[in-house]
Design a protein around this ligand. Structure first.
Ligand code: PAF
Length: 276
């Protein structure tokens, strides 16, 4: 369906008092995505899933062209979940030739991913606001896996008084702890094994905190050691931050979030965990 038709369909459903849920995705859906979809289907009367690989949130040397795409399989999975509408626009439909308006993201976008992926959160904030305008939903579902992204969206919604509530759902993990991500398909079997280092390091951080260690410097040092031992040697950051501001902390609390970004081979992975 085209944007105007999708918008009209949703406005019509809203008019009769139905609660609308939106799950924004870039497709290549895995069980993590489907858990967001299930949350929306169970809590809302009408669920819209958007599938759009948003070119403006990718840097010039990132994986936009090779990002996994499987629209047919995605449609089949969403049908099974009982989704009411799938909105999968083309880039031309979303970004007209003279498109030139962008959202300047909130200050939580300035750190971590924002430093390493300049422009990324401007791209995310812009597409998320556009999708919220096309699909005027009551609730939007995001994964905790992209913790900073969820903070960017929550602050944007507050700052711009958007009439939508944001629900952040827990990260789903493979049996060995690896956080589900569409990018996991890039990993060779050997890399796939090394990639478990991220969740091992995060679990170790939570374990140290549980055992009484609150000094983030000590916890981060141990996380780096764990990553290194697992064969994850190209680390972009390991941080323990305030859950709201994302400012780094000297002393951890149960609400602090430990975050990792690292390359395994050519694949850039991120993961995070609450310490308490
Ligand atoms: O998390 C994602 O898949 C994307 O960043 C999002 C929120 C769909 C925006 O393109």
């Amino acid at each position: 369906v085209r944007a105007a038709d999708a918008q009209k369909a949703v406005i019509d459903v809203k008019r009769v008092g139905k609660k609308i849920g939106i799950v924004p995705t870039m497709g290549a859906l895995h069980d993590g995505h489907l858990s967001l979809v299930e949350a929306s289907v169970s809590e809302c009367d009408y669920t819209v899933v958007t599938i759009f690989v948003n070119p403006i949130q990718f840097g010039p040397h990132e994986d936009l062209t090779k990002y996994p795409r499987d629209l047919d399989k995605d449609h089949r999975s969403l049908e099974r979940c009982g989704v009411d509408l799938v909105f999968a626009p083309t880039p031309d439909e979303i970004y007209a030739p003279r498109h030139s308006t962008y959202v300047s993201p909130p200050s939580v976008a300035d750190r971590l991913e924002g430093v390493l992926r300049p422009g990324h959160f401007q791209g995310v904030a812009t597409i998320v606001l556009k999708l919220f305008n096309i699909i005027p939903a009551d609730v939007a579902y995001f994964g905790q896996k992209d913790y900073q992204q969820s903070r960017v969206v929550v602050d944007m919604v507050a700052d711009l008084n958007l009439p939508i509530s944001i629900q952040v759902c827990p990260t789903l993990r493979e049996h060995d702890g690896l956080a589900m991500s569409s990018r996991n398909v890039y990993l060779s079997p050997h890399e796939r094994q090394r990639a478990t280092g991220l969740s091992e390091a995060l679990n170790r951080a939570a374990g140290m905190f549980r055992d009484g260690e609150g000094r983030t410097r000590i916890i981060i040092e141990e996380m780096r050691k764990r990553l290194y031992a697992a064969g994850v040697r190209k680390i972009e950051y390991v941080e323990i931050v305030d859950p709201v501001t994302l400012e780094p902390l000297d002393e951890a609390t149960p609400f602090s979030i430990a975050l990792i970004a690292a390359y395994v081979g050519k694949t850039r992975l991120i993961d995070n965990m609450r310490l308490g």
